[in-house]
Design a protein around this ligand. Sequence first.
Ligand SMILES: [Cu+2]
Length: 112
Amino acid sequence: MNESRRHAALTLFALAAIAASPLARSANASDATIHIDNFAFSPQTLRVAAGTKVTWVNRDDMIHTIVDENKSTFKSTPMDTDQSFSFVFAKPGTYRYFCSIHPQMTGTVVVE
Ligand SMILES: [Cu+2]
């Protein structure tokens, strides 16, 4: 293979790798992630557009839950380390939530 063909092949390979990577996927505007670390939600306040799918990922070595303050919009089952919970916020509003096991853990999702 001559040098320019080799270069073209490498470029194609790199583009395919970027398209298939999870990083490219999470750049999708309709996805957002909140991490749980050391008994805290990060970011504590998340602003998203209506229709966004928000995923909470538990990075703590402790079981946590995600429950909205009215206990009617969304409620996860207990999440162990590395487990996640997702909810699609269809309607604009301010959604406060907490962990039912550690009620001092609170967070807010603002849907615009
Ligand atoms: Cu908790």
